[in-house]
Structures are given as C-alpha cells and as structure tokens.
Write a protein that binds this ligand. Structure first.
Ligand SMILES: *[C@@H]1O[C@H](CO)[C@@H](O)[C@H](O)[C@H]1NC(C)=O
Length: 218
C-alpha cells in the first residue's frame, strides 16, 4: 500500500511539473542584467558567451541600420534583420525584430522560424498574410495599415503585397536568433542538392519538372 501511494505521488509530481512547464513556456529568467554577445570568444555555448560587463557600452544595444531594403530581386521583398547578429546586447534576451519592405506584388515567400513566434504590424500598404497549422488549416487575412497579425512559432507563413504601392512592416520575434527556412529554397536550392527522386515523389510529379524548378533557383 505504501509503495502504491509513493508511486501515485511520483506520477502526480511528474504530471504537475509537465503541465506547469507547458503553461509557463518561455525563455528562462536571466541571472544578470545582460549578457552581451562576445563574438570573439572561443567558448561554445547555447547562444554566445558574455562580454566582460565592464567593457559593455550603449553601442552594444544599438543598430543604426533598419533602413529600407532593396526589393529589386526575384521575390520583390527584402527582410532587414535586427537580431543578436546585428545587436550583440540581445544575447540571452529572447527577442528581436525585422523590417520587411515589399514592392508591388512582392512576396516574403512561405518560410518558418524554428525558434520564434512573430508579431507583425503593417506600417504602410496592404498585405495578404497567412500561416498553415499542423492540421493543414490555412489561416489568412488581408491587412491594412496599422493592422497586426501573429505567426505562431515554427509554422509555415508568408506575406504578399496586394496593394497599389510599396508596403512596409515591422515584426517582433520571440528569439534573439529566430532562424529562417524559406521552404522553396530549402527544397529546390539546397547545397548539396536534394535528390530529384525525393522531390518528384513528394510533389507527385516527374523529375523533368523538378529539374525545371531547380533551374529557376540557379
Ligand atoms: C536587401 O537590401 C539591402 C540594402 O539595400 C541589400 O544590400 C541586399 O542585397 C538586399 N537583399 C536582397 C535579397 O535583395
């Protein structure tokens, strides 16, 4: 009886722990004011190791480059990032942002951020936005200036300029280093190349079509 009780208690503890972890899902608390990335450090950690706090200055928290990106490219959009790679002070803080510029008809093609949820505010123009959840449901809206939309962590999403002029958006991301995989590029422009046989089966097409699409990414 005592053994059974102990087992029940252990199960209850494990259950409560896993629930609270799920409800409180977030970055761990910082143990100091900041941990500015020391890009020179040879020590490899999850993120970057900390620069000597005495050497930290306002410059470590500043990025003067969130200007208009050049949209004269194949997709007609340009993402300018301000994450830990541009702002070393973001190390361990679990936050970053991007500016996205869109030419008329330009798209930020379907992509995922493996480490971040994204919240986007449209500053100028008109955008068709959407994401696909893991049940394959498509969640989509047309945004007007001032509208906000959320792309949950890890889910496939895109934006397209459906207005008559240029569009510009700012998006916050819940990671110092969100990461991005642009699906079309991952599949058709990987290096080394994805085998044609894998892609032709996956897309229920022949290898000629797969090679044709691959050629578009050269
Ligand atoms: C984005 O804009 C920047 C600044 O104009 C430019 O250097 C960069 O090449 C552009 N990227 C693409 C993919 O067009």
């Amino acid at each position: 009886m005592a053994g059974y009780l102990r087992l029940t208690l252990i199960f209850m503890c494990v259950f409560m722990f896993s629930c609270s972890e799920r409800v409180m899902g977030r970055d761990p608390d910082s143990l100091q004011d900041f941990c500015v990335a020391d890009k020179q450090s040879k020590v490899s950690v999850n993120g970057f190791s900390c620069k000597d706090p005495k050497m930290v200055s306002a410059e470590d928290f500043f990025f003067g480059g969130l200007r208009r990106g050049d949209t004269n490219n194949a997709v007609g959009s340009n993402v300018t990032a301000a994450n830990v790679n541009q702002i070393p002070g973001l190390n361990t803080l679990g936050i970053s942002l991007v500016r996205i510029d869109y030419a008329v008809d330009g798209i930020n093609p379907p992509h995922t951020h493996p480490r971040a949820t994204e919240i986007l505010v449209l500053l100028e123009g008109k955008l068709l936005v959407g994401f696909i959840d893991t049940t394959n449901k498509f969640h989509s809206k047309v945004l007007e200036k001032g509208d906000v939309f959320v792309f949950p962590k890890g889910l496939l999403h895109f934006q397209q300029n459906v207005g008559v002029g240029d569009a510009v958006a700012i998006a916050g991301l819940s990671s110092q280093n969100p990461g991005v995989q642009v699906t079309a590029n991952s599949l058709f422009a990987a290096n080394p190349s994805m085998p044609d046989g894998v892609l032709s089966k996956a897309f229920r097409s022949d290898k000629t079509l797969v090679d044709f699409i691959k050629g578009k990414f050269m």
